[in-house]
Design a protein. Structure first.
Length: 125
């Protein structure tokens, strides 16, 4: 095998390697667990919160992440480089807060989910 071909093969393998883990997936799982616990503590259930069950909540959370990433890309394209990576950073921060053993319900309920993470420090919690 020629050296050039070997370099090309290595480049192809690196480019086709596994994608980095999505930090929003564990955040959504932690959010479902915490919010579910909060609903139980309040004597409520998923239906009263507007979801069929915890899986429907998780699907909704993952859709939020997908939508925010689309908006993030648009913001970057419109000249707002500070938006780049904000969704992943927010998911990582929120996951850490919500998975804590002593996480209070406010770790979930205190988030303004409609505010894009790059538009304010409060939603990066």
């Amino acid at each position: 095998m020629s050296r050039l071909r070997a370099i090309g093969l290595v480049g192809w393998l690196v480019a086709c390697g596994p994608a980095p883990a999505d930090p929003c997936l564990p955040m959504c799982a932690a959010a479902a667990a915490l919010y579910g616990r909060c609903l139980d503590e309040a004597g409520a259930d998923w239906a009263q919160a507007g979801f069929d069950d915890a899986d429907a909540f998780t699907d909704s959370c993952e859709t939020w992440a997908w939508e925010m990433r689309l908006l993030e890309a648009d913001a970057v394209d419109r000249g707002h480089p500070e938006a780049q990576g904000a969704v992943d950073a927010a998911c990582a921060d929120r996951h850490a807060a919500m998975r804590a053993a002593d996480a209070a319900c406010a770790a979930y309920t205190g988030i303004d989910w409609s505010e894009p993470p790059w538009e304010g420090g409060a939603s990066r919690r």
